[in-house]
Design a protein around this ligand. Structure first.
Ligand code: ATP
Ligand code: MG
Length: 568
C-alpha cells in the first residue's frame, strides 16, 4: 500500500481519487501527483470553478503533490489582467495556494516550435479554406468529411505560409494550421483539428508580439506536458477532446509517462447560472451590480455576501465528484453555509420592522447592561456581549398580534413573552394612531424576577422574541437577498426567450430603518452574525461604515424554498 493515501477522515473517495491512488500504487508517475487549475482570465470565478479548485488543489494537498494555477490565456480579445488578479485572490480566499503561477502565453514560442516540427514531419498543414468551407467539408456524425484541397501542400510551402502567418502577412481568417489526422474519423473533433488561427489582437501579456494564437485543443495538452502534469482534470464536455489531446501529444513526440485527461461532471446549481458567458451578460446588462453583487454565484459575490470559504469547501465535499452530469439543489449550498455559521457566527439581535414598546414598570433613564451569551448552549462556545435594557424598546412588528391566531406564541394583549436574554413582559395596553388605526406602541410591564430565571410561581412562558433598546440601538440598512432566479433551471428557456426573463424580482429587498443592538458598532466590515430568529448576516464590506451600517443576509435560518416546492 502506498503511504500517500488520502487521510481517511476526509471521506473523499471519488473515482478520480481512486485513480490517483491506483497510479501511486502502480508507480505510473514515479509517485508524483501534479494537477493544475486552468482558468481563462475572461471573467470572474464562480461556484462551478470552486468545484474544480477544490478537486485539483485538494488532490495535491491530500497526496503531497503540486497544483499550478495556470491561466489559459489564448484568446486575446476577451482576456484581461483584472480578471487574472481577481481569480488569484479568489483562490487564496478559498484557502488554497498554488505551487506555481503560470501562463499559457509564456509558452507560445515553444508551442510554435512544436507546430513547425509537426509541419516538417507532415503532421500539420496550412489550410486556406474559409471557415464555412471547412465546416461544410467536415461531414456529419454519420458521414465522413472530405479532405481539404490544401491538405497535400508541400512541407516547404506549409512552412513558408505558417511563418508568414506569424509574421503578420495575412488578415484574420485567411489561413489556419490544421493537424493532419483523419477526415473520416468517427470522432468529428479528430477530423483535422485546428491548431492555430490568425488573430490580429492585442494580448494583455504578450502585447502585439503574436498575431497567431494556438487553439484550446493544441495549447492545453502541450501546457500540461510542459508543466509535467500527471492528472489533467476537466469537465465532461471535453470528453471527445481527449482523443485530440492524446493525438497532439503523440504528434509532437511527448513520451509516456505523460499527462492524461480525465473528465468529471461540471457543477450545475439550481436557481442560478454557472457559466462566465451568462454571468457577463448579467453584469453588462446591469441586471446585477457587478461581478461581486452578493446575488451572483461568483466567488467574489459569495464572499461579499458573507459566505465563509469553509462553507464552500464543505459544499464541494458534500456534492462529491462523479462522471455523470446532474443538477445540484441550491438548498445544499445553503445547508453547508448554515452548518458552518451555526458554529462560528456570534448571535446578535436586530429588529427589521420596529414597533415601539414602553415598559411602564421600568424606571426612566435607567440602563441595565445585560451580559448576553454569543452562542446558545448547544454550540458550547464561550463569549458574551453586553446588551442595554431600557424602558423604551423596539420589537418586531410581526411579533405582535392584537387578535392572535391559533398557535401564535408571541405578544398579544394580556399575554406574557420572554424578551431574549432579558425579562418576561406582559402587554397591558395597545396604543393606536387615531387617524389610521395602526398600532404605534405597546405598553407593557416586566417581571423583575425573571432576568435569567423562570417565573417564581411556575408560570409557563410560551414564546421568546427579540428586541433592542430604543435609545442605544443603532439604525441600519438590511439587504435581504434571495435566489437570483425564480426557476430551478434558468438555462432551460423557450425559443426566443432569454434566461434573464427568469430573474427573481425579489432577489434583493432593501429594508431601511432596521435597528441593531450596539455591540456591532466596532466590528470590522465583513463580520458575520446570526441575527436571532431572522437569519445569518454579515456587514457589507463595500458599503457598510461606522455610523451607516449595512448588513447582507447570507442565508435565512430555514429553507423556505423547500416548503414552496412541496406546496406547488
Ligand atoms: P465558463 O463556461 O463558466 O466560462 P469555462 O470552462 O469556460 O467555464 P474556464 O475558465 O475555462 O471556464 O474554467 C477553468 C476550469 O474550471 C476548467 O478546468 C473547467 O473545466 C472548470 N469549470 C468551469 N466551470 C465549471 C463547473 N460549472 N463545474 C466544475 N468545473 C468547472
Ligand atoms: Mg473555457
Amino acid at each position: 500500500m502506498s503511504s500517500k493515501q488520502p487521510p481517511a477522515e476526509t471521506g473523499r473517495n471519488d473515482f478520480i481519487r481512486a485513480m490517483v491512488v491506483s497510479d501511486l500504487e502502480s508507480g505510473k508517475y514515479g509517485g508524483r501527483v501534479a494537477t493544475r487549475f486552468p482558468p481563462e482570465p475572461n471573467g470572474y470565478l464562480h461556484i462551478g470553478h470552486a468545484k474544480s479548485i477544490c478537486l485539483n488543489f485538494g488532490i495535491a494537498e491530500e497526496f503531497g503533490g503540486t497544483c499550478n494555477l495556470r491561466y489559459d490565456d489564448t484568446n486575446p480579445e476577451t482576456e484581461d489582467e483584472r480578471f487574472a488578479d481577481a481569480m488569484a485572490e479568489d483562490i487564496r480566499w478559498l484557502g488554497y495556494e498554488w505551487t506555481q503561477k503560470l501562463h499559457a502565453s509564456d509558452c507560445f514560442e515553444q508551442m510554435y516550435e512544436w507546430a513547425e516540427q509537426m509541419i516538417r514531419e507532415g503532421k500539420a498543414y496550412v489550410d486556406s479554406q474559409t471557415l464555412d468551407e471547412m465546416r461544410a467539408s467536415r461531414g456529419t456524425v454519420t458521414e465522413p468529411g472530405r479532405n481539404s484541397p490544401y491538405r497535400d501542400r508541400a512541407v516547404e510551402e506549409n512552412l513558408d505560409l505558417f511563418r508568414r502567418m506569424r509574421a503578420g502577412e495575412f488578415p484574420d481568417g485567411a489561413h489556419v494550421l490544421r493537424g493532419r489526422a483523419d477526415m473520416a474519423h468517427p470522432n468529428m473533433l479528430m477530423r483535422d483539428p485546428l491548431l492555430y488561427r490568425i488573430r490580429h489582437a492585442h494580448h494583455y501579456r504578450t502585447g502585439d508580439e503574436w498575431c497567431i494564437y494556438p487553439m484550446y485543443d493544441y495549447a492545453h495538452c502541450l501546457e500540461d506536458a510542459i508543466e509535467d502534469i500527471t492528472h489533467s482534470l476537466c469537465t465532461l464536455e471535453f470528453r471527445n477532446n481527449r482523443e485530440v489531446y492524446d493525438w497532439v501529444l503523440d504528434a509532437v513526440g511527448i513520451e509516456h509517462p505523460r499527462p492524461e485527461q480525465t473528465e468529471f461532471a461540471r457543477l450545475n446549481l439550481d436557481y442560478t447560472v454557472v457559466s462566465k458567458r451568462k454571468l457577463i451578460q448579467l453584469v453588462d446588462g446591469e441586471f446585477v451590480d457587478g461581478w461581486d453583487d452578493p446575488r451572483m454565484p461568483t466567488i467574489a459575490g459569495l464572499r461579499r455576501r458573507g459566505v465563509p470559504p469553509e462553507a464552500i469547501r464543505t459544499f464541494c465535499d458534500m456534492i462529491g465528484v462523479a462522471d455523470v452530469d446532474g443538477r445540484v439543489d441550491y438548498g445544499k449550498l445553503e445547508f453547508a453555509i448554515r452548518d458552518t455559521l451555526n458554529w462560528t457566527a456570534p448571535r446578535r439581535l436586530c429588529v427589521l420592522d420596529p414597533l415601539r414598546v414602553v415598559i411602564t414598570s421600568y424606571p426612566e433613564n435607567a440602563v441595565e447592561w445585560i451580559d448576553a451569551p454569543e452562542f446558545p448552549h448547544d454550540v458550547g462556545k464561550p463569549g458574551s456581549r453586553r446588551m442595554p435594557f431600557t424602558r423604551e424598546l423596539w420589537i418586531e412588528r410581526a411579533d405582535f398580534m392584537e387578535e392572535p391566531v391559533r398557535k401564535f406564541r408571541r405578544l398579544s394583549p394580556g399575554v406574557e413573552v420572554r424578551l431574549r436574554n432579558a425579562y418576561v413582559v406582559r402587554c397591558d395596553e395597545v396604543v393606536k394612531d387615531p387617524a389610521t388605526g395602526e398600532v404605534v406602541e405597546l405598553r407593557c410591564t416586566h417581571d423583575p424576577d425573571t432576568l435569567g430565571a423562570n417565573p417564581a410561581d411556575g408560570r409557563k412562558i410560551k414564546g421568546t422574541i427579540h428586541w433592542v433598546s430604543a435609545d442605544h440601538s443603532l439604525p441600519c440598512e438590511v439587504r435581504l437577498y434571495d435566489r437570483l432566479f425564480s426557476v430551478p433551471n434558468p438555462d432551460d428557456v423557450e425559443e426566443g426567450a432569454s434566461f434573464t426573463d427568469h430573474l427573481n424580482p425579489e432577489s434583493r429587498i432593501v429594508v431601511t430603518g432596521a435597528r441593531i443592538e450596539p455591540a456591532v458598532a466596532d466590528d470590522p466590515a465583513g463580520t458575520r452574525y446570526q441575527f436571532e430568529r431572522t437569519g445569518y448576516f454579515a456587514s457589507d464590506p463595500v458599503t457598510s461604515e461606522p455610523g451607516s451600517l449595512v448588513f447582507n443576509r447570507i442565508v435565512p435560518l430555514r429553507d423556505s424554498w423547500a416548503k414552496r416546492a412541496r406546496v406547488t
